[in-house]
Design a protein around this ligand. Structure first.
Ligand SMILES: C[S@@+](CC[C@H](N)C(=O)[O-])C[C@H]1O[C@@H](n2cnc3c(N)ncnc32)[C@H](O)[C@@H]1O
Length: 253
């Protein structure tokens, strides 16, 4: 096990070292607070680019008619909505999230858009997924893993509930490798982002946590090593927007 992989055993809330149960409560507080303004802020913060990152995730998922899909940390349901169309009447999409406020906003939004019939909503922690072994053809976790307290346990849990040959896609903020881009991105994340959070959502602290949690998240190589340790094979990743975001893929053997 590398030092970087071992460092993931420590629990952080942004830059603060905290106990595991404290982190869970603090993350819950952040998402209760941002749930109602989450979609507007997502578009504002990324200038709409999160839609392109998610589109690529859907393309790489290879999800098709009849598939069973789990969108863990699914929040307001951007990926679930697309999967619901792809799996059709014979498939099923489970939108699972630990946070009831995010689940409520997601469920109301999808129902309003007529996405009904093949979507289920489950309140669940990624660390102990309440599904039988070998259930899903595909699991996605988009911008969720960095909020999870025990990431290694969550990855093992995802591996357990995937069918053999099934794929996991982890879409997450990652590490830029261009010094100029890193400088601009840091200024944006630590100055502009909390100010925007204050203006639009009346909450700068949650958006400061967002910026800090991104910096504490494992880099591309470390996350790939963690996925292998959790049991995934054929692991790969694609950097997007200069490494600001990476899409990791792994297959259950
Ligand atoms: C930034 S949002 C991402 C929502 C959605 N996937 C998207 O891409 O727009 C992160 C989500 O992770 C959820 N979350 C945090 N910790 C979790 C955990 N341990 N298990 C499941 N969901 C979790 C939060 O409640 C929140 O809805």
């Amino acid at each position: 096990m590398t030092d970087k992989v071992r460092d993931q055993d420590k629990t952080h809330f942004g830059y603060k070292d905290v106990k595991p149960d404290e982190k869970e409560k603090m993350v819950a507080g952040v998402f209760h607070s941002v749930a109602d303004s989450y979609d507007v802020m997502n578009d504002l913060m990324s200038m709409g680019v999160h839609r392109l990152w998610k589109r690529f995730t859907i393309e790489l998922s290879a999800v098709r008619k009849g598939h069973q899909v789990l969108d863990i940390a699914g929040g307001t349901g951007d990926l679930t909505k697309q999967f619901s169309r792809l799996v059709g009447d014979t498939g099923r999409v489970v939108l699972a999230d630990i946070n009831e406020s995010m689940l409520r906003v997601g469920r109301d939004r999808l129902i309003d858009q007529g996405i009904v019939g093949n979507v289920e909503y489950v309140q669940a922690n990624a660390e102990c997924l309440p599904f039988p072994e070998n259930t899903f053809d595909c699991i996605t976790i988009a911008f969720g893993l960095r909020n999870v307290t025990d990431k290694a346990e969550a990855l093992r849990s995802m591996c357990r509930v995937l069918k053999p040959g099934g794929r996991l896609l982890v879409l997450e903020f990652s590490k830029t490798n261009n010094p100029l881009l890193t400088k601009v991105y840091d200024t944006y994340s630590f100055s502009l982002l909390p100010a925007m959070g204050k203006l639009v959502a009346g909450d700068s602290e949650s958006y400061r946590y967002l910026a800090e949690s991104i910096r504490k998240h494992p880099d591309q190589k470390t996350l790939e090593a963690m996925m292998k340790e959790a049991g995934f094979v054929n692991t790969t990743y694609h950097n997007m927007t200069g490494g600001i975001v990476a899409l990791h893929k792994g297959i259950k053997p």
